[in-house]
Design a protein around this ligand. Sequence first.
Ligand code: PLP
Length: 474
Amino acid sequence: MKYISTRGGMDAATYSAILLEGLATDGGLVVPETMPRLSAEEIERLRGHNYAELATEILGLFATDIPREDLAEMCNATYSRENFVSADVVPLTAISSEISLVGLSEGPTLAFKDMAMQFLGQSLEYVLARSNRTLNIVGATSGDTGSAAEYALRGKHGIAVFMLSPQGRMSDFQRAQMYSLLDDNIHNVAVEGVFDDCQNLMKALFEDLDFKRAHHLGAVNSVNLGRISAQVVYYFWAWLRQTDGVAESERATSEVSFTIPSGNFGNILSGHFARAMGLPIRRLVLAANENNVLDELFRTGIYAPRGGADTFATSSPSMDVSKASNLERFVYDLLGRDSDRLNAAWRELSETGRIDLRAELPRFVEEFGIQSGTSTHADRVATIKSVFEQSGVLIDPHTADGVKVAREHLEPGVPMLVLETAKPEKFPEIVFEATGERIGVPERLEGLLELPQRVTKMANDEDELRKFVAEHAV
Ligand SMILES: *Cc1c(COP(=O)(O)O)cnc(C)c1O
């Protein structure tokens, strides 16, 4: 299996090679040259596997240049009881006769990013060691992605992490989660400024190509194909568990639908991959919050990304995205995997601020099974309340966006699986507003707020950051 760029300007490369890169060398996104396909019998043969074994089988279709024993070892280390609280790794929980939650938040930072980031940590360390290289990850975070990356990369050989966060702008919980990591290779930098300042500092370092090369800078952002491939696994897992109770003769045709609380289109893109690989998925329903650029695209065929100033700060903050970085991979498939057509669409975007895909609109659902909907703060509150009343299960605001939109897309006889993207403990205020229930930190994180913290405070200053990175780089 080799990987090429959506924009057609990159030589085919191996999985190991692209694991270290964010974007393709021509500025496009990396995609498999051909999507692996599984027959119904091949999928059925995966049924007996535990999560780590299933991950080895699915990721083995993408990482064909990594020996199977090594991949199995990495998957065992990743999807272990040490990292994930549930014995199943990903438990399914019914909240009504039609809807079940797919529990993707059992990892160390209580959000679904752990599912892929933990694998990326293992595989990066492995690939770097084999090629005798080092990598210095520089990132900017307003909370969630940074902590998932740090928990995945702590203590890894040949890797250091420099995570910029805005001073005084994160919750006590988020600060404690990140700053209490005392590993030598984790460097938290609290910048005097807001999230955008952090992001601009990070960009300045990456644009300084001499500096970038000299210090082996890298990123682990949401377009990284290692992350996308690791997320494919739980779609297979969820389908297999959902159909465990179905008569054997009917399993192969037993379709389920998924609803995915979405921001950068990474999670749902992995569902699109799973469907293209042959998994019987009927619908992939995209749930947006008030930042509903993608819902607009799937309803009207017009893609019109918005800037930061037109992006609302909502109570499901991880979905506050108005320019979905992974969408290019879907548009590539939509346009027949034709780089010339894709490049024309992107030219249209830069010239007019939008892409007109109305001619393709019927194919969104007919060919790709994609539908969408929007949810607001009032919807989140009402949904958290009604799910709690009906099932006794507390959900977080992102998952609530999912359940709200899922309920609007139910079809008779088709189970609906909503991806739980975070734990309610991360968002106690809205849970209290909705249910009157006060939830504290989960048992396994008790005492977190009292742990010693290590952080380097820094002015919003490129040169100071350069000096710090150069001094601490591996
Ligand atoms: C990142 C995130 C999302 C959005 O996922 P994408 O892959 O960016 O679409 C949704 N919910 C939570 C809690 C997240 O952390």
